[in-house]
Design a binder for this molecule. Structure first.
Ligand SMILES: [Zn+2]
Length: 189
């Protein structure tokens, strides 16, 4: 297999969906170069309006970043809204719309027989409190805990896969801290 150097320009074109068929084929057939993820982060960094360092992209608009001033690792929207500690499910800090009835569901599902079954399932839509962008949707049984889609082990990923440990390696225990926020809310009630 051929080893090729993938430029940032090529990564930009890949992200924008404008690579030629030939370039796609070349990417598919070649070894992945070691620093491609870091180059990808550089491209992402050039495209956001803030300068906290991106550590990982979670979805189209949500990133884990290292805050420039405090060094904290938090989840953050493209618009700049901060969801807090990345180990807390960022969806808990969203504005949430829940569709429970067939009328509410049929506004987003068509035709009606395609709708999830009310009482057995509900549709939850998550919006950024900062910019109002819809960031996620989940269809789950009523009462089901909000899905924490992805909690990456950042320290292991950077050290063992990228061979480039984060400067504060080991400072953040790899654990789901979502319950700490819910506990805080329960004390406020
Ligand atoms: Zn936002």
């Amino acid at each position: 297999m051929e080893k090729i150097e993938v430029s940032k320009e090529m990564i930009k074109k890949l992200m924008d969906g404008v690579l030629s068929d030939q370039e796609v084929l070349m990417l598919q057939n070649s070894y992945k170069d070691h620093d491609r993820f870091l180059k990808y982060l550089e491209v992402l960094q050039e495209r956001v309006p803030w300068d906290d360092k991106i550590l990982m992209r979670l979805s189209e608009h949500v990133y884990i970043v290292q805050k420039k001033d405090t060094g904290e690792r938090i989840s953050k929207c493209t618009c700049g809204y901060e969801f807090g500690d990345y180990r807390v499910n960022w969806k808990l800090n969203c504005l949430i719309n829940v569709r429970k009835t067939i009328e509410e569901m049929s506004e987003v599902y068509h035709p009606v027989p395609a709708c999830p079954e009310p009482e057995w399932q509900e549709i939850r839509e998550f919006f950024c409190p900062g910019c109002g962008t819809q960031l996620a949707v989940e269809v789950v049984p009523p009462g089901y805990p909000i899905l924490f889609e992805f909690l990456p082990d950042l320290d292991s990923f950077y050290k063992e896969w990228l061979h480039s440990p984060l400067p504060d390696h080991g400072k953040y225990r790899f654990e789901d801290k979502s319950l700490t926020l819910i506990e805080k809310w329960s004390k406020e009630v």
